[in-house]
Design a protein around this ligand. Sequence first.
Ligand SMILES: [Zn+2]
Ligand SMILES: [Zn+2]
Length: 872
Amino acid sequence: MRLRSGVLAAGCLLLQALGVAIFLRGFFPLTVRARPRGDSRGESPAEPAPPGPGAVSNWTKIPPPLFKKVVIVLIDALRDDFVFGSKGKQFMPYTTQVIEKGTSYSFIAEAKPPTVTMPRIKALMTGSIPGFIDVVVNLNSPALLDDNLIWQAKTAGKRIIFYGDDTWVKLFPKHFVEYDGTTSFFVSDFTEVDDNVTRHLDRVLKREDWDLLILHYLGLDHIGHVTGPNSPLVGPKLREMDNILKKIHISLLSKEGEASLPSLLVVCGDHGMSETGSHGGSSEGEVHTPLLFISSAFEKRSGPLTQPELVQQTDLASTLAVGLGLPISRNSVGNLILPVVGGKTMREQLRFLHLNGFQLSSLLKENTPAYEKGKSSKKTIYKRMINVQRRMEGELRRAQTYKGGYHDGFDTYKEMVGNMKVTNPVVSSSSWSEVDVLMLAGTIGHVLSLGASSFIEEEHQTWYFLINTLCLALCQELCRNHFLLKECDPQHGTSLKQNFDGIGEASDCKNIDVPASGNSKLDKVASSAELIKGSDKWISLASPWIILICCRLLRSLNQTGVQWAHRPDFGHWLTSSEHKSELSFLAAVSLVMIFFLVQRRCSLVSKIAMALGLLGVYSYRAAIGNVVFPWQHDSKDISKGITEARFVYVFVLGIVFTGTKDLLKSQVISADSSVKSTGLWEVYSGLVLLAALLFRPHNLPVLVFCLLIQTMMTKYVWRPLKFDAAQITIMHYWFGQAFFYFQGNSNGIATVDVSAGFVGLESYVEIPAIFLTAFATYAGPLLWAIHLLCYLSSEVSRNAAAVGHGCFCYALMRSIPVAIYIVLVTGLRYHLFIWSVFSPKLLYEGVHVFITAAVCLFFTAMDQNHSQKVQD
Ligand SMILES: [Zn+2]
Ligand SMILES: [Zn+2]
């Protein structure tokens, strides 16, 4: 019956994973897409229709183009300070000169989150704001069906040439007369992606047979993902871009004498990058991109640049439409950027404004009835998005004025937990320990907090609070165990005895029956006292405090969440290029510590493999330029580190294979539990090595502290206090969740480190890339889960069904929040923050359920092995 509980849990979790998958499929309506007005052709891919004939008046007839040729240079992840800041002055001298003294207009274009490439290209070309779903289908971009600038240009007979990110080719499959798409998946490629674009440039600039040239450079984005915005690689890349802009500008100018109309060069970014080099979120660095218009039609600038004006990214579509003499895209919410047409007469400018206003008002008219009828079309979502953004600003501002709000919330929460303790003193001494009450209140409190967007954005605070409180409760438990026992007060002894008695039945997984261990309870307490003698006792008492200090240090390593994510943290300090030697030192020390914390329970072969593997991790980081060897004085070529990474993979596979072999041996040949625990530990250390390879070097201390806390907890807290399987499981789960955030993760998409998916791969391979990214993201919870299995199976001598109980409890801890969250999200589907806060969290939860299901299957397999042995 006990065995069945574990299998049942794994089965239920698999069923839930399936359910979540179906829910996600329905929740994100992939196929719903607004058809252009009056289009009822059904299945056939609809091209947007030109404005209806009734709408044309003298005033809305399209005026002639202002520019003959337009070149758009899109530099992926170009942040505003790369051009307007000190980096721009240093590395982009030509562009800076044009901005300050040339015929140009510069702006900062604000991108709306999600700051991911495909939705941003759509925003630039349609002038509308794509919904959340565009992030999900970002990897599989289907053709853009909404009215857009490219389609309008093609319809008007303009010849468009495109080179760069192949997302464009997927979005506009038949629109370019000539194109060369480069895949954006391989993020550790810094040069080839850009050379692929530039090699066409000389030829195409000489030709006359095009009207619109679009170049999308990916190298800077890739550098950001792998090495961050302060990396030494950013400067040379910016210089390369500056030279390209110079070449294009000079070539355009040289042809202008012949042409009747001037040309226009537009330089923009699709999004910026955060301080860690990723993007997707809404931090200032991610949303602010430069937007430059350079043309001889403009007036010469006289002085140095003052702060550029802030415009919306969506404004580009309407401005370019006017510039090219095209109708403004129907769904555009952008405004014409007036300075660009400032050289025209007042009457002409008025006409452009009228066109823009007319398009905006018809968009409003078109959308209002649909909105009132509550039709679930994309336009409704889109309308809601605009509302969202308008109100989000207000909300954020309000949230910022109530900065203390979170603290207040947590104080109330703390009080709530505190009250429960105070009101239950009698109960706690008889059947419920403080730890039990805390775990129950914490679990319920966390689940309830999922209904509030702020608690989701700052979920790490909940977990940090819970594990800190847990440490305090454990400290109290340890003190009672040590000091009360020493006094040998029979009454206390009895209450302690009852207390231990109660832990079994009163944990919040009540439905698990805990088998009475052979010894009487008093023996158990006495033996635990024997275990801890002399200095060990003091280490034991100090351990919760040491763990608290570790948690504090980890907390300052990565700022996460939304409210304080932009604050400088230790991780940023380490990754900046001036602190490379400090980072190298820290990484080396961390790797040595990882070795000492992991090796003691491995076999000799695994020990050697582990040492070589960790050495390989350092060489990999040195090869890609994150860290340096002491004898190395920069000026070393930076490579992709393919060989080094594969070297480590070999050892990861070797260690995991040795572990699996041991596990099989323990199952088939001998019933020796020590072989089994060595096997499990080897699998675990193989995963630690993989995590060490995939984690960014400044995150290696996270891994060290993870191992350190696990070792201390096992030796000084869990073993002596003899917690039961359910309690141990909950504590592991809590720490696992906290480590998810210690790693720098958040509930936003921006913090997913996609570069992990490319470690050691020559080109983009979908399955390994997804596996590696998922592993790197969920490494914290995963390592704690596997450690739980190691711990529980070492405890089987004390409790034969420990693994089964652990599995059951782990499944429960994971599935209850997910089940309740899905209900909450369904109820909140019209909430203001549904796309910005609740949906990303839903995706995180979904993936986590799949991972937990896999872990539980592993648990069940281990449990069955054991039960077979017992039957033998
Ligand atoms: Zn991008
Ligand atoms: Zn990117």
